[in-house]
Design a protein around this ligand. Structure first.
Ligand SMILES: [Zn+2]
Length: 392
């Protein structure tokens, strides 16, 4: 493999893109490839498999296995390509006019390829602080694939002092993003003839009342004193995306369920959002549903909970990443990442990676070679920083 980092990164990216690691499929062939590559450089790796054993996260350390290192974190999974009008094979990387096209090129195998390509540079740098690589799975679905390694920080693994999550930011440093949590609510009523509604309980009516309350709660969040102008929109949002229920016009519906989400400003937890909805259910909707017939139920469960990333001005992560990016102003991003999980574990974290989120999840996703080069330069400066005495 070439000694030139950019050629090396492109070659690795072509290999990574060629693995069809859509979130509902195994990522183990990709993990094996990375293990072989790092093993060939003398870098030991460890896996954290999922419960079913068909996916794994991967961890590797370059430099001394001590606390205070920097984690470069990325996910191996990608979103599906089915139904998208690609102009070529999404799993065959193509370079055209300074752009590298392929599923995952920017979200976010490009960052992984850059980090892997720089491993020989990291090894040559006499690091005083370790540089760790963490490759996760299921980021695009549950965002839980990094948690096993995070739980091992300060125990089986050294405790890092900085995490850089390489989601596409055009190499700007993002120190904040909203969280996202998804929920399902199921209303179970009692069937009856629609001519005699006093003999039953209509699940559709109760569900619609709750949906209306969710929308009303959402409008409350637009109050001027609750805004954070760094975000677009500058408020937390509720949204109901799916509702189904009922069997016939003249039957009180026994079942109605709906799917909803909450995207909170970083310090507005999903649990707090759920509590707002739940108190309406407990105090208003459920007693009303039960007024004629015993037995109706309303249950809500959280499916996915990706915590937000709250800005920590002057944090070790922001200070280091801004220096490496030669920037002095962090940004906020609109999408959720694994960064909030690291922050929950009390490790300062920022998001900074090559490419634009505008190209992610779309047909003909691409990463520009200029962005790849900028990322490699950033990582080169990281190697210098981690081999100096400075801890920042
Ligand atoms: Zn991503």
């Amino acid at each position: 493999m070439s000694a030139d980092p950019e050629a090396r990164a492109k070659a690795i990216l072509a290999r990574l893109v060629a693995f069809d690691s859509v979130s509902d499929r195994t990522n183990l062939p990709l993990v094996e490839f990375v293990e072989d590559y790092l093993g060939g450089l003398g870098v030991p790796t460890r896996r954290a498999p999922n419960a079913r054993g068909d996916k794994a996260a991967l961890w590797a350390t370059i430099g001394p296995a001590v606390d205070g290192g920097i984690v470069l974190s990325g996910h191996t999974d990608v979103v599906p390509t089915e139904g998208q009008p690609w102009s070529g094979d999404p799993f065959a990387l193509r370079e055209i006019d300074g752009r590298l096209y392929g599923r995952g090129a920017c979200d976010m195998k490009g960052f992984g390829a850059a980090a892997l390509a720089m491993v020989p540079t990291f090894q040559a740098a006499a690091l005083k602080r370790p540089i760790h690589l963490l490759l996760s799975y299921d980021e695009e679905t549950t965002c839980l694939g990094s948690l096993d390694f995070i739980a091992a920080f300060g125990a089986e693994l050294p405790r890092p002092s900085v995490v850089i999550v390489g989601e596409p930011t055009m190499m700007e440093v993002a120190d904040a993003h909203k969280g996202v949590a998804t929920f399902q609510t199921r209303v179970t009523g009692v069937e009856a003839h629609s001519a005699k509604p006093q003999l039953g309980a209509n699940a559709i009516s109760a569900a619609c009342e709750i949906v209306a309350e969710i929308d009303r709660l959402g409008r409350d969040l637009e109050a001027p004193d609750r805004l954070d102008p760094r975000f677009d929109p500058p408020w937390s949002t509720f949204h109901v995306g799916v509702i189904r229920g009922g069997t016939a016009r003249n039957i009180l519906a026994r079942e109605c369920e709906f799917h909803w989400e909450f995207r909170g400003l970083p310090n507005f937890s999903s649990a707090a959002a759920l509590a707002l909805v739940q108190s309406y259910v407990d105090e208003i909707a459920l007693p009303r549903l039960r007024r004629f017939a015993p037995g109706p139920q309303i249950s809500t469960w959280m499916e996915v909970d990706v915590p937000g990333l709250a800005a920590e001005t002057g944090s070790a992560a922001a200070t280091l990443a801004l220096r490496l990016a030669r920037s002095n102003r962090p940004i906020a991003v609109s999408y959720a990442t694994e960064a909030g999980h690291f922050q929950r574990a009390a490790v300062p974290t920022v998001v900074c990676g090559p490419g634009s989120i505008d190209q992610a999840h779309k047909p003909d996703e691409f990463l520009s070679t200029a962005q790849l080069a900028e990322c490699l330069a950033f990582l080169g400066r990281l190697a210098e920083q981690a081999s100096s005495d400075f801890v920042g």
